[in-house]
Design a protein around this ligand. Sequence first.
Ligand code: SF4
Ligand code: SF4
Length: 56
Amino acid sequence: MAYKIKEDCISCGACADVCPVQAISEGEAIYVIDENTCISCGACADTCPVGAPEEN
Ligand code: SF4
Ligand code: SF4
């Protein structure tokens, strides 16, 4: 199961920097995770200051 970023995202970009497979990119409103690339390592959730990435 891939991770998904909730609306709480403040677009700081920290998660994109730590994702080992570059699955995270800046979307129109918030950052988004490509569910086909995400390997569910949890690094984004560990790094996010507002707990926005959640296991889907
Ligand atoms: Fe990237 Fe891991 Fe977050 Fe998936 S769970 S988006 S692989 S950092
Ligand atoms: Fe959004 Fe959290 Fe990623 Fe920052 S680390 S861009 S707040 S999901």
